[in-house]
Ligand binder design. Structure first.
Ligand code: SF4
Length: 414
């Protein structure tokens, strides 16, 4: 790991970076903010790159901004398609609407949208999307001269390139620190367009790179019977072990990928990074990585992880060739909606089935967690239940430690 900047024998205290989380729905926004995100990015119903996410209406954006502002957090909207001519009519009205909804910034790649936003919605910050594949300081400087306060770098930018950008250009840099990677260079892939007529650059990517492929040579399959089929899936990015490098490089915003990911995933990953960032800034000299943070990330996802392009181009060992993905070790079972301290009874809303005798774990912001076995439980009317089988059903059960609304109850998968 690169040496920390030292002054008088101590690390220089730097500005705390923003922790920026994905929010594919209003519910995920609430969990992301509650578990410690300083800002969230969402998709609207137009001009975004996740056309399958549960994208926000203008009214939902207002609700999201109102919730986030209670925590001092900001909401950004991704408007990061590469627009065809037919996409542009209506963009000015849309940008005015989201500005009026209290959105702090748009994340955009298309110069036509950049220019329109600057003209018609001056209170919206314009952040350059990763879709522009920015990897050198001259390009960063160009966008600064265009009036942009922030550039979201390509996932392919290296740590050395980031350091040079920060040393040469006074601008905010946002960097992906966790989540899925593209097999092709981000934003430059048309596999999905060819295979399914779904345009990656207009929000339709169907992740064709993760499909299973048979290998052929001269019209003959070269796969042995029973042999694994071929995939092109990248390992996921995870920089929790290298946060000091990112902080000391001067990165302004740490971005987590995954607007399509679950509430459990968003809460767990944000929770882990929040604790790590805060621990570093509480004591930069004494900072050490805690294994609980790494374990927390591993409980919500089970894909192999690596450091992407930060320390060099990933090689052949940085891809996943096995076609079958393992499920995450834990599943989201319920969310706490209320807690009565006098009786020790929690009210939860069911998200997947659970029953008395099952081992579960409760988690909350700041790494709060405890395990217990579920005892007797009832529905909202007090009827005893042998299983909580109905989605969104209200259940009451005794908990061994205090819990709070938006705490999660999870169970082991399998
Ligand atoms: S198909 Fe895969 S590599 Fe291509 S854009 Fe989609 S996720 Fe990225």
């Amino acid at each position: 790991m690169q040496q920390a900047p030292l002054q008088g024998g101590h690390r220089v205290r730097l500005a705390k970076p923003e922790l920026l989380a994905p929010a594919g729905s209003l519910e995920k926004l609430k969990f992301a903010v509650h578990y410690g995100a300083d800002a969230v990015y969402i998709g609207g119903q137009k001009y975004g790159l996740r056309s399958n996410a549960d994208n926000f209406s203008i009214d939902q954006m207002r609700q999201g901004v109102e919730f986030a502002s209670r925590y001092g957090a900001k909401v950004f909207v991704a408007t990061n398609i590469f627009a065809h001519q037919e996409d542009l009519p209506g963009i000015a009205d849309y940008l005015r609407e989201i500005e009026d909804a209290g959105i702090a910034a748009i994340i955009t790649a298309d110069p036509a949208i950049v220019e329109t936003a600057q003209k018609v919605a001056p209170r919206l910050e314009v952040h350059l999307s990763t879709q522009q594949s920015t990897m050198n300081w001259q390009a960063v400087q160009f966008w600064k001269q265009e009036g942009l306060p922030r550039v979201v770098l390509a996932r392919e930018a290296t740590m050395a390139e980031i350091r040079e950008m920060k040393s040469r250009v006074d601008i905010e840099l946002e960097v992906f620190i966790h989540g899925a990677m593209c097999s092709s260079v981000s934003g430059r892939c048309v596999l999905s367009n060819h295979f399914t007529d779904r345009d990656s650059n207009r929000g339709g990517c169907c992740q064709s790179c993760r499909w299973k492929y048979d290998l052929h040579a001269d019209d003959q399959s070269v796969s042995e019977p029973g042999q694994n089929l071929f995939t092109m899936s990248s390992k996921d990015l995870c920089m929790i072990e290298h946060l000091p490098d990112l902080i000391e490089a001067g990165v302004d915003s740490f971005k987590i990928e995954g607007r399509m990911k679950s509430v459990h995933y968003v809460a767990s990953v944000v929770n882990a990074y929040r604790q790590a960032i805060d621990a570093y800034f509480a004591d930069p000299d004494g900072y050490t990585l805690r294994k609980e943070w790494v374990e927390e990330i591993g409980k919500a996802a089970n894909r192999p992880l690596n450091t992407g392009f930060f320390y060099g181009t990933p090689g052949a060992t940085e891809h996943i060739y096995e076609p079958e993905e393992k499920p995450a070790p834990y599943d989201f079972a319920a969310v706490v909606t209320d807690y009565d301290a006098a009786s020790g009874i929690a009210t939860v809303q069911q998200r997947s089935p659970f029953r008395p005798g099952m081992q579960v774990e409760f988690i909350g912001p700041g790494g709060r967690h405890f395990k217990q076995e579920i005892g007797d439980m009832t529905d909202a009317e007090g009827n005893r239940l042998d299983v909580a089988r109905h989605p969104l059903q209200t259940i009451k059960l005794r908990v061994n430690e205090p819990v709070s609304p938006l705490d999660l109850m999870r169970k082991r998968t399998g």
